[in-house]
Design a protein around this ligand. Sequence first.
Ligand code: EPZ
Length: 420
Amino acid sequence: MEKFIVQGPCRLKGQVEISGSKNASLPILAATLLFDKPVELKNLPKVKDVDTMLSLLKSLGLKIKINNKKKTVKIYKSKKIKTFASYSLVKTMRAGILVLGPLVAKYKKAITSLPGGCSIGARPVNYHLNSLKRLGMKYFIKKGYIHAQVNSELKGNKIKFPKISVGATENIIIASCLAKGKTIIKNCAIEPEIKDLCNFLNKAGAKIKWTGKRTVKIVGVKSLKSIKYSVMGDRIECGTFCVAASLSEGSLKIKGFNPKLINTELNLLKKIGSKIIIKNNEINIKGSKIIKSINNLKTKEYPSFPTDLQAAFMVLLCKAKGRSVISENIFENRFTHVAELRRLGAKINIKKNKAFLDGNTLFEGAEVMSSDLRASVALVLAAITAKGHSIINRIYHLDRGYEKLEKKLSKIGAKIKRIP
Ligand code: EPZ
């Protein structure tokens, strides 16, 4: 299994280009199942999860044409569409559940694998299933598969999520586009990636309108037209590089992402002492020598502080002068990076969903192991600022969601290399 060798400490300086958003690409790719006509997508990140979603779409019968030179992916509907999404593909990428909505909306049936859990939590899909049921989907679960079908067609309805869910919001918005009549969905997630999905669908002729902060109205249409669309930049990758600059007393110019979409994170980084200037849609960020602590950093749904940046901010706050507290409120087991950070010298105590950081950590290089996508990049950040040599194992986790990370980091001064 591949690993990273990192030599620290080093200061990161220079310019970074943010890749396309993994978490916008996945629902948009799933939504291409709604189309009869070709769809051309640009700015898809070259990451494992996108490859897996493309393989899943191919297994369902869609034709995929990748043009590396033009960095575009063309997706065509073939004559023979299948409606079976296998466990072998869905188990490695939980977003595979997002094909359920479009398949039942367009083809009135689907057999899709339950995604199963992962290191950060059980990852249930009850909100996906209950909301699709409200549109008329009937289903039963047998041997780890959801057997779903629709008599005649999905019908619009009123839906209110008991809890905010990114994936369930995406699944039901996609399905409602072809349902008969009007669907009103309340208590939606409103991450920028969901708005990007809605922009994509509306450009193809869907009728999606946000009528309240977390309320969306969708009027079903008969079909969608062929379109070309460029996916937004990756919000979490952008936040990760902002942390990297703050962590290493570095100075980065970050391009390819709309800074307005990460106000919460940028305000937090200013609070801990980073200097940030936004100029023509670029983020210029300089880390300060003294990192101030934060005593109640809470992960919550967008536009609050995102769970996907919790691990990276934990590394930053380990280096802060003084104690910090981080509460993880989205997933039940998202502190798996803590044990590895302790190996690098961090002093962290966990009580239920709270992490108590002593701060003033001088990270020392060590051998560590990645456990999930966002934890892996936190270990890379810690290793870059640690004194000495680190080995980061199981970086296949990282390859799921970061495009050419070690190349981007080397370009701005990190001493990092991938070894087989
Ligand atoms: C999306 O996952 C993201 N993945 C996650 O990013 C992100 O951490 C998460 O949203 C929260 O922002 C993609 O966009 C591909 P949820 P998702 O449904 O949709 C519970 C990454 O690193 N829940 O908003 O699975 C769930 O267990 C990944 O890129 C139910 O109980 O997250 C969790 O506690 C990790 N029943 C909470 O809701 C359901 O049916 C939020 O989950 C669905 C969710």
